[in-house]
Design a binder for this molecule. Structure first.
Ligand code: V47
Length: 370
């Protein structure tokens, strides 16, 4: 492989990675542009194995969404409805949400991951009631709820600071923030695809505040639409800079654009090689982030398995009730059991480890005799 990397003019980057030196913006762009796809994957895999060997993390979680009414009009979104009276709009009562969790009483869930639309007509107490009720039903469950975009919306809409919102939600049971809403930070792109929700600086600032309060968070990047490769690198390096300051970020999740039932349906979706390369470049650039997650609902199950050899060490979770991607054309199942995930990881030649949201090991499944 060294010979291939040399022939592709990547020896300097390979040497830096080996010496654990930080890669630059230009290095990132070169890793995206080089035709030496396997070389980039090889470097990322070596880095992944240095950190985690063959270990591959997943968790037993439940996706919930309380409302898809959203005053933002992101062009890529197939899930939101602008007003409550539009066809397909729904807002659940807190009791209906509690029933969704109660229905899983027999399952060894460790996390609820909730993302909602930006609904202008609900009181703030709706969200605190939701959190405290979910915690009452399952006191041990980790509540990973509300993206930084939702936190910024709550602050503006209810006249609070970001910190007040986070503190009040934490007092009600919030444990950490999921990574949604990042899209691409570059204003050129953001103005076009999601012009009326919080900008990249605010997204990062909400995460900074959460980290300062001792909360852990994840961050994402929506790729494969109108962004340039340089804008992807810029996005990752802004995340790296924040992580240098706070250390509160747990995982980075590249999210592959899906093009059905939204205003960007004329664009093609990213190719398989683009998806694998994006996970690989993330592993190499984000030297201060422990985990790169392949979200199987976004990549496809097969590509998520392959990404485990291109820098990814996490497969997200069992998920169970997913709409954002399925409304945008994802053909994956909307749930996998922990047994299925374990088998997928093993079939990919890796070792499954069930974790909780904070990456504490919950269970190391026994290898199945063949
Ligand atoms: O914020 C919406 C994206 C995100 C589309 O933190 C789309 O552990 C592709 O953030 N095509 C929600 N992407 C999902 C998310 C996530 C997923 C898994 C784990 C974690 C975590 C977070 O989905 C949204 C948006 O960026 N999205 N529509 C679409 N058409």
């Amino acid at each position: 492989m060294r010979e291939r990397l040399r022939a592709a003019g990547l020896t300097d980057i390979a040497d830096k990675v080996e010496a654990r030196e930080r890669l630059s913006f230009d290095d990132g762009v070169r890793l995206f542009e080089t035709p030496e796809f396997l070389g980039v994957g090889w470097l990322a895999n070596r880095e992944r194995e240095r950190r985690h060997a063959g270990r591959t993390y997943f968790n037993h979680n439940l996706r919930l969404e309380a409302t898809n009414v959203c005053e933002a009009s992101c062009l890529f979104c197939s899930f939101a409805r602008l007003t409550p009276d539009q066809p397909g709009a729904h807002t659940k009562s807190v009791e209906q949400m509690f029933d969704r969790l109660r229905a899983r009483a027999g399952e060894a869930l460790t996390e609820v991951h909730m993302v909602n639309g930006l609904h202008p007509g609900l009181p703030f107490s709706y969200y605190t009631d939701l959190l405290s009720g979910l915690k009452r039903i399952r006191p041990g469950i980790h509540l990973k709820c509300f993206t930084a975009v939702e936190i910024a919306f709550f602050a503006d809409h209810y006249g609070k600071t970001d910190r007040q919102v986070l503190e009040e939600l934490r007092a009600a049971g919030l444990d950490s923030l999921p990574g949604g809403g990042a899209e691409i930070f570059a204003p050129r792109v953001r103005k076009k695809i999601s012009y009326d929700k919080c900008d990249g600086d605010r997204y990062l600032s909400v995460h900074r505040t959460a980290h300062a309060m001792g909360m852990r968070t994840n961050m994402t990047m929506l790729y494969g639409h109108i962004e340039t490769l340089a804008e992807r690198v810029d996005h990752m390096l802004q995340i790296r800079a924040l992580q240098d300051d706070t250390g509160g970020l747990q995982a980075f999740i590249p999210l592959a654009f899906h093009n059905e039932n939204n205003q960007m349906r004329k664009l093609p979706v990213p190719t398989a090689t683009d998806t694998l390369r994006t996970h690989a470049v993330a592993r190499l650039l984000l030297d201060n982030v422990d985990h790169i997650k392949a979200y199987w609902i976004s990549t496809s199950v097969e590509l998520a398995q392959t990404a485990l050899w291109f820098g990814a060490d996490d497969l997200d979770g069992t998920v169970q009730e997913e709409t954002i991607y399925h409304m945008a054309g994802s053909t994956t199942p909307s749930a996998l059991s922990t047994d299925q995930i374990e088998q997928l990881v093993r079939a990919a030649g890796r070792e499954p480890i069930e974790r909780d949201t904070l990456y504490n090991v919950v269970r190391v499944p026994d290898a199945v005799a063949v």
